[in-house]
Write a new protein. Structure first.
Length: 225
C-alpha cells in the first residue's frame, strides 16, 4: 500500500469563539482540524452517508421528512441527503463561520456546491447545543456529527448535548416517531443506556467498518409515536 509522505499544507487558519479551526491539504485530502484535534477529512464519507441513511431507514413512510444535520464538516452528510429525493426540508447547523466560508467559496465548494444550491437546504450559523435548546422548529430526523463521539467532544460545552437534559432537548426537537442518530468513533454501551433512560425507543448501534481499530458507529433512538 502506498503511503503519502508529503507534509500537510495549511490552507486557512481561523480563530473563532470556540478556538482555532484549520483547513489543510494532505496530498489529495482536505482535512478539518479544531483546536489541534482531527475532526474529519475527504478520504471516504461512508460514515457520514450511513448516518443519514440509518436515520431515514428508521423512519416510517411519512412524506418529505424534515432533517436536521448537526455539523457541516466536509459536506458528505449534506451532499448525500440532498441526493435523496425523499427528504424534505434539510437544515444544517454549523457554528464555525470558517467552515461555512470554505464551502461557499473555498476548497470544500467542489464537494458541497450543488447541495448548497438545493432549495430544500438552509445553513444555520449557530451552535448546535444552543440551537436545540432554544429552537421552536421540529424535525423528523436529527443527525449529529459534531464530535468524535459522546465521550470525545471537541469542546467541553458539547458534553451537555449527551447529558440527560441534552438528550431530552433533542427529543423535544423531534416529531413523534422521529429519529435521533449520533455518529461516534467508537461504540458506547453507556450512551445506548443514556438514550433508553431519556425515553428513546428502538435504541441500537450500526457499525461502519474501518481499516484498523474498532469500527465507527451510529447510535440510533426513536421518539415514541
Amino acid at each position: 500500500m502506498r503511503t503519502d509522505t508529503t507534509a500537510p499544507v495549511v490552507l486557512d487558519r481561523r480563530e473563532g469563539p470556540f478556538g482555532e479551526v484549520v483547513l489543510r491539504r494532505h496530498g489529495e485530502l482536505l482535512q478539518v482540524i479544531a483546536n489541534g484535534c482531527f475532526l474529519m477529512d475527504t478520504s471516504d464519507g461512508r460514515s457520514e452517508r450511513l448516518l443519514v441513511d440509518a436515520a431515514r431507514d428508521a423512519l416510517d413512510d411519512r412524506p418529505a421528512p424534515a432533517l436536521l444535520i448537526g455539523g457541516l464538516g466536509v459536506g458528505f452528510s449534506l451532499a448525500h441527503a440532498v441526493s435523496d429525493p425523499r427528504w424534505g426540508r434539510i437544515a444544517v447547523v454549523e457554528r464555525e463561520q470558517a467552515i461555512i466560508d470554505w464551502h461557499h467559496d473555498g476548497p470544500l465548494a467542489e464537494l458541497s456546491g450543488p447541495a448548497l444550491r438545493d432549495t430544500r437546504v438552509q445553513i444555520l450559523h449557530t451552535d448546535l447545543v444552543s440551537y436545540v435548546s432554544g429552537a421552536t422548529e421540529s424535525y423528523d430526523a436529527l443527525c449529529l456529527d459534531i464530535d468524535n463521539g459522546p465521550g470525545w467532544t471537541v469542546t467541553e460545552g458539547n458534553n451537555s448535548l449527551y447529558s440527560p437534559a441534552g438528550l431530552a432537548t433533542c427529543k423535544a426537537r423531534l416529531n413523534p416517531g422521529g429519529v435521533l442518530a449520533v455518529w461516534s468513533a467508537q461504540p458506547s454501551s453507556a450512551f445506548d443506556d443514556a438514550l433508553r433512560n431519556a425515553g428513546f425507543q428502538g435504541v441500537r448501534t450500526e457499525e461502519i467498518p474501518v481499516a484498523r481499530g474498532v469500527p465507527d458507529v451510529v447510535h440510533l433512538g426513536v421518539r415514541a409515536a
